[in-house]
Design a protein around this ligand. Structure first.
Ligand code: GLA
Ligand code: ZN
Length: 715
């Protein structure tokens, strides 16, 4: 008899328990509900709390105030290793048990964090081998956090020991509802480790992937520069070596490091599944980073949990001298949410850390304006979040994050967003499970391929060409159509979408090419741009004319590919894409149609008059090749025109600065209207809608105040 899956266990338990009217932990009810009925489970609305950094005398008051805020849960202990294990093998959980009891008394559930992101000083002193080695071959030092090697066996063992001791202690403790493994594995000052443990780990991983050295030598083309390996133990990590690494090796090394972090997480997960079968398990990350393939990382976890700091990200963009997207930071934030929802195939996700005040470390972003914290919360929900935890309850008066403000100020007075957050919690509770566990409606998809991001980083062709930047700017241009975007894997099923966008699809597998072909043949529109299908999965260049596997579907061949430095170029659009000439930024692919129609041509240089943008008809669908790296305005116009041609339509027409999303459950649908500007805006509506937040109705038009939100249900 096979043991029931966690869902079956919880589903069964739910039926049993409700019969016996025993209160189940939040998640259990949610899973059962989600599994049983589209209305879904209770929401997780809470705050990140640090009893380890707070005098015990204040815990009661904190719990009473948090309960008064309507919070249903806290996340605690993810940075409390030193307090839980003051010396090796000596565990002290008394303080944590008392904190959980007080929180439980106030009906606040507890998400426990496993503390492997910041090992204690005694461990670093005794086991300095655990420190990460960065790309310059320097060994990181303790004193901060995230300074450890994901492969190191001692670090992994000791991380598992402390997590196991916590599970043993709290697996059955009333009030504990779930776990967050580690903290933001995707971040840290060095996102890759190049130490000896990783070298051996990499070699073992390669043995599994290639099984023979012949396969590996062939796949990488190691005969180049006399790198043919005669034993796996000879294979290096891509540290400095007088010349660039073999692209196949470098790409596999990114894949290995992603795997090392995922398997590290799964080690702790397997233990928690065993010891805490009724608790949910996740880990938290920040969206748009390519350190780890998030689809792998979250595959076995219960839901994705992302951290969201719009004000901080806005400051970072300025600090990095990057020009914000024409659509503003709001669009980048939405992309992060859509990725969070998509990493588990569209399932509702949680925001484990939501900005609640000034945010930053050495430098910080100002207090969000009144209404913005609520707006940003709804932006997450509008994109599929089922739960929100605000970061953090109080503001630390010591440590590296004294300026990362919480809901209480340094002097424990209420922060400017205190009442706003209480109001938002109240409203979200009223919206209830049905809305918060409902499905997000997306008519379009944007491919996000970790392999492409890594391969372009290894060989960008143009020093400024970056995959994430391309994906983010395409998302910005598409999102302004408000038609809902899923951020999908390269080999995902394309059939749910009318139009699929795949910028910088540098690597192309046979499987992905076949999916694109059948999608287009069946009537879909596939839109991509330069550097299409140049590389095989082991980062060799295809031995056919470009775009390789997609030559037939695109109906062109690439006559030349040109990074742009001083010799600028521009494009003139054909009537189908009528508009002012476009500027070419970093790159131009010169296209030679073999069946496709020309939608734009280059105007300058030796390729003047040659095709820059083409559209090919295959079956009842279209395949569009944008050969030039278009300026932002032209890109936005072209992508929106193509979306229109593909028949995607926004639920409502809205002015700039307003964002729309749709969530559905059965035959019910809710339109989220978000005003990212500080001034009131008016949106015309074709019929009467009920306003779920005010209980009123709107006919003809609905006004949305500055930073305001409306949740509309068809009357
Ligand atoms: C991240 C981390 C938290 C904290 C916050 C604020 O998202 O997960 O531990 O550092 O940011 O900085
Ligand atoms: Zn390492």
């Amino acid at each position: 008899m096979t043991s029931p899956t966690r869902r079956e266990f919880l589903g069964g338990a739910f039926v049993l328990m409700s019969a016996a009217s025993i209160r189940l932990p939040l998640w259990a009810r949610a899973v059962a509900n989600v599994a049983a009925a589209p209305s879904g489970g209770q929401i997780l609305l809470g705050v990140d709390y640090y009893p380890d950094q707070t005098p015990e005398a204040l815990w009661e008051e904190d719990s009473r105030m948090m309960s008064d805020m309507g919070f249903t849960n806290v996340r605690i202990a993810e940075f409390a290793w030193a307090l839980m294990e003051p010396s090796e093998g000596k565990f002290e959980f008394g303080w944590l048990h008392r904190a959980i009891q007080i929180l439980h008394k106030h009906n606040i559930g507890v998400i426990l964090g496993t503390p492997s992101a910041a090992p204690p000083p005694w461990l670093s002193a005794k086991y300095p081998d655990i420190f990460e080695v960065n790309a310059q071959g320097q060994r990181l030092r303790p004193g901060g956090r995230r300074f450890t090697c994901p492969t190191n066996p001692v670090y992994r063992k000791l991380s598992l020991v402390i997590a196991t001791q916590m599970a043993k202690k709290f697996g059955e403790t009333e009030g504990v509802i779930g776990w967050q493994i580690d903290n933001e594995l995707t971040l840290g000052s060095s996102l890759r480790c190049y130490c000896n443990f990783c070298q051996v780990g990499f070699q073992n991983w390669l043995r599994t992937r290639y099984s023979t050295l012949d396969n590996l030598n062939q796949s990488w083309g190691t005969v180049f520069w006399s790198q043919t390996y005669s034993d796996f133990s000879q294979i290096p990590v891509p540290l400095l070596s007088g010349g660039d690494p073999n692209p196949g090796l470098a790409l596999d090394y990114d894949r290995y490091q992603s795997y090392a972090n995922t398997s590290f997480t799964e080690e702790q997960l397997a233990m928690l599944r065993q010891m805490c079968p009724t608790h949910f398990v996740t880990t938290n990350n920040v969206g748009l980073v390519d350190t780890i393939d998030m689809r792998d990382l979250y595959a076995k976890l219960d839901f994705a949990a992302f951290d969201n700091y719009p004000g901080f990200f806005d400051m970072l963009t300025a600090q990095e001298g990057k020009s914000p997207l024409p659509e503003g930071i709001a669009s980048t934030i939405s992309l992060g949410h859509d990725l969070a929802r998509s990493v588990k195939g569209g399932e509702p996700f949680m925001i484990m850390e939501e900005q609640s005040g000034k945010a930053g470390q050495k430098t910080f972003a100002p207090q969000p304006e009144t209404g913005q914290v609520r707006l940003w919360t709804y932006q997450g929900v509008a994109h599929g979040a089922m739960g929100i935890n605000y970061f953090r309850w109080d503001t630390a008066t010591f440590g590296a994050e004294q300026y990362w403000h919480g809901i209480l100020n340094h002097d424990r007075s209420k922060s400017p967003a205190y009442e706003e957050i209480r109001q938002t919690v109240k409203e979200l509770k009223a919206l209830g499970q049905e809305v918060l566990y409902s499905q997000y409606a997306a008519q379009t998809a944007l491919v996000f391929d970790y392999d492409c991001s890594w391969a372009v980083k290894i060989q960008p062709g143009h020093y400024a060409l970056d995959y994430m930047t391309q994906v983010t700017s395409w998302y910005g241009a598409i999102s302004a159509s408000h038609t809902g975007i899923d951020v999908i894997a390269p080999e995902a099923d394309l059939s749910p979408y009318k139009i699929v966008f795949a910028p910088l699809a540098y690597l192309m597998s046979e499987k992905q090419a076949a999916k694109i072909k059948s999608f287009v043949q069946a009537g879909g529109m596939f839109v991509t741009n330069f550097r299409l299908g140049v590389k095989t999965e082991s980062s060799q260049i295809v031995r056919t004319p470009l775009p390789g596997l997609l030559r037939d579907v695109m109906g062109v061949t690439v006559a030349d590919y040109i990074p742009i430095y001083s010799a600028k170029n521009a494009v003139k659009f054909a009537p189908g894409l009528a508009g002012p000439d476009g500027e070419c930024g970093l790159w131009t692919d010169i296209l030679q149609p073999t069946g496709a129609e020309v939608l734009a041509s280059y105007t300058k240089g030796s390729h003047a008059g040659e095709a820059a943008i083409t559209m090919n008809t295959v079956g009842s669908g279209k395949a569009v090749y944008i050969g030039a790296d278009l300026d932002a305005a032209s890109l936005a116009r072209v992508l929106r025109t193509l979306s229109g041609l593909a028949g995607v339509k926004p639920p409502l027409e809205v002015p700039p600065g307003i964002e729309l999303t749709v969530r559905r459950a059965g035959d019910k649908q809710w339109i989220f209207v978000l005003n990212h500007t500080s001034v009131s805006q008016s949106v015309s509506i074709p019929k009467t809608f009920t306003d779920l937040l005010t209980g009123g109705t709107h006919t003809g038009k609905v006004d949305v105040s500055g930073y305001g939100v409306r949740v509309l249900q068809g009357a």
